[in-house]
Design a protein around this ligand. Structure first.
Ligand SMILES: *Cc1c(COP(=O)(O)O)cnc(C)c1O
Length: 224
């Protein structure tokens, strides 16, 4: 089932779009089904779960962290991941940078834009993201770097949780516009837009997604 779902998704996704298999709540045996079907990029959203699963999976798996991350959990996550997609505060950005600097590592990150109406959602405002991007641009232009442990690779967003696709589309259009605006600044390596999940990824692809994060359509429903 996992194998068939992956083949279907891969056939449907344009070649420039990477598929993040969101494996949270599923046991390693299910992840291995995906691995054996050729999947190498996995996303997890809970630090303990990632730290438990990663050592059990083959070493050529690439892990992305996609959930809310508290700074006291960095040491569970950062040794395993190539990217944190869900950087949602200055405090976290700085803490990741400090951990990486102390551990001679450099990690790719995405800045999470607060999308949708939900008060509970995390993420930066557009203004905050533009201010970070402005600083990043100066750094790349030779101003001494405060952030050497992270590479800002793009933006991540989760659309409003609704069946109304016009609302979801408006969210995607908003993040796409911000992404294009920052891309035009010419920050090297700023080229990733992570939007789209099981219910809405075709719409995300039409709005410029370079990564989609899909769980349910691959692994089936999660048991909480
Ligand atoms: C769980 C999760 C997904 C995947 O959701 P599905 O609806 O199962 O595809 C994508 N992004 C984030 C941030 C998630 O937490």
């Amino acid at each position: 089932m996992v194998t068939q779902a992956l083949h279907t998704l891969r056939d449907a996704l344009p070649s420039g779009v990477r598929l993040v298999a969101v494996s949270k709540f599923h046991p390693v045996e299910r992840l291995m089904e995906a691995y054996n079907a050729g999947q190498r990029l996995f996303g997890e959203n809970r630090p303990q779960e990632l730290a438990a699963k990663a050592p059990q999976m083959p070493s050529d798996v690439e892990w992305h962290f996609i959930g809310h991350l508290q700074t006291n959990k960095l040491k569970l996550v950062l040794p395993y991941v190539t990217m944190v997609q869900s950087v949602d505060s200055f405090h976290l950005l700085e803490a990741i940078n400090n951990w990486c600097t102390a551990n001679s590592k450099c990690i790719d990150i995405l800045l999470e834009l607060h999308l949708g109406a939900e008060e509970t959602k995390t993420g930066f405002t557009e203004e905050e993201i533009l201010s970070i991007a402005g600083e990043a641009k100066e750094v790349y232009e030779g101003v001494p770097a405060p952030l050497t442990g992270v590479r800002i690779r793009g933006l991540m967003g989760m659309a409003t949780n609704t069946d109304d696709m016009s609302v979801v589309e408006a969210d995607f259009a908003r993040i796409e516009a911000l992404f294009n605006k920052i891309k035009a600044l010419g920050i090297p390596g700023f080229d990733q837009l992570s939007i789209g999940m099981s219910g809405d990824w075709p719409l995300a692809v039409r709005h410029g997604a370079t990564m989609v994060r899909i769980g349910t359509d691959i692994f089936g429903p999660r048991e909480y």
